[in-house]
Design a protein around this ligand. Sequence first.
Ligand code: FSO
Ligand code: SF4
Length: 549
Amino acid sequence: MGMFCRQCEQAAKNTGCEVVGVCGKNPEVAALQDLMLYGLKGLAIYADKARALGAKDDVIDKFVIEGLFTTVTNVDFDPVQIAGKLRKCFDEKEKAKVLYETAYREKHGGTAPAIADGPAAWIIADSLEGLVAQGQAHGVKTQHSDPDVLCAIELVNYGLKGMAAYANHAYHLGKKDDEVFAFYHKALAATADPSLGLNDFVGLAMECGKMNIQVMGLLYQGHEDHYGAPVPTKVQLGTRKNKGILVSGHDLRMIEELLKQTEGKGIDVYTHGEMLPAHGYPGLKKYSHLYANFGGAWQDQYKEFQNFPGAIIFNTNCIQRPADQYNDRLFTWGEVGWPGIKHLTGWHFDDVINKALESPDMPDAPGKEILVGFSHNAVLGVADKVIEAVKTGAVKHFFLIGGCDGAKPGRNYYTEFAEKVPKDCVILTLACGKYRFNKEEFGDIGGIPRLLDVGQCNDAYSAVQIALALANAFNCGVNDLPLSFILSWYEQKAHVILLSLLYLGIKNIKLGPSLPAYITPNVLKFLVDNFNIAPIGDVAGDLKASLGQ
Ligand code: FSO
Ligand code: SF4
């Protein structure tokens, strides 16, 4: 059985994974994920038509987000779990059909025109094998025969997937936006519309970037409403003698619930990967047992988790094949899944707590500390100082070195770049790529730390606010600021953030370690012509170019 997937930066030979995913996704799971996208397009066709007639449904809206999030890289590897979600997808599609037909009858009288083919007419297979066969019949390349149009459709699909992760976290914090749901339905339905062409899909991709700023803003607000704005905070990197639970992922609401449920139980909660920014939120750091950050970026988990004696839980990507040494103390939650690994649903974490209590103590090994919590509130709180430093020439340039990490050796570029940034420049960073340099000493410029950790990948929203405020202060456009974007991408969240930056008109972005496999030469030319986006080159040359030397 073959497969074809090229949605992330790891795509084999930078063209696509065809035998098995470099991420560990097998052809069966790849087919089920393709079928999920296909089924969601069918659901969206009806939901879009129903909405145009004034009818909508919360469960349908929410499921589109969950279904898409399931297909994001390194989220759900469990065929049985995905098959269950496919059944839900089909049921919600049928519900959306009835919603549309009823709304049509009420508005126009008579019967709504039937949709006889395409994803709206999908009838779910009744076995796992049948589902896999259906998924294989609706793979990536079946979406369009023209490579450029297919590329543009993929720009939209992956944007919608990445944005779904953020919309899902925001939803957990009680934040949702009807305009976003409407866009999901419109855009997904459009990707199945054979009458649309290249310009339509490029336009939708840009609109997705715009919508994602709205979603990241909602998520930021959700975090701030619940936990207060992040504040600069020192984070311990060692361990202490106590029981331990390691939380990996991006969902802050989940770690909050776990913190409440572990209070007074002799358990310390550790953050891993993209949970690191949790330490900067007043509403989370108030829990003294939110103790430390453990390990590095996601791709090191296989080795590092073997050294974590307590329980471990993933609430979002990026999960990898677990090692035998820790798979019995590993749990998944939310949309994450791995075959044979215990999956928790809802907001009760007794299983993971009990596992931590029966596991050995963490070693008594305090480590160094690093600083987090420089969201736009914190940075703009000292805006006068920052602006003055730029005016006097004490700060010459800002570099946003952000994005995801990954296993490729080419990613050393980002470590080297951060190390070679001149001493009179400030580095803003976000997402998991920072683990390549966030334990190094960068010092400060007149009290302004040279390395400012803005937060998670979704805190790109915060970085944009900083850039906009600086542009405002200097009465110029963002592209005229002494600010360079040096980005690393891995999966679809990084993809949608890139769409957001392009939507904002940000030019001269350097992107690596490689360009997406789904970009055709023609679409790349469009991006270069309009945004002067370029692949990373050599550090010295890129640095010089950024500094205008
Ligand atoms: Fe990294 Fe994974 Fe946050 Fe991604 S942990 S790679 S772009 O999920 O979302 O930065
Ligand atoms: Fe390959 Fe990435 Fe797709 Fe996994 S998600 S199969 S690594 S392209």
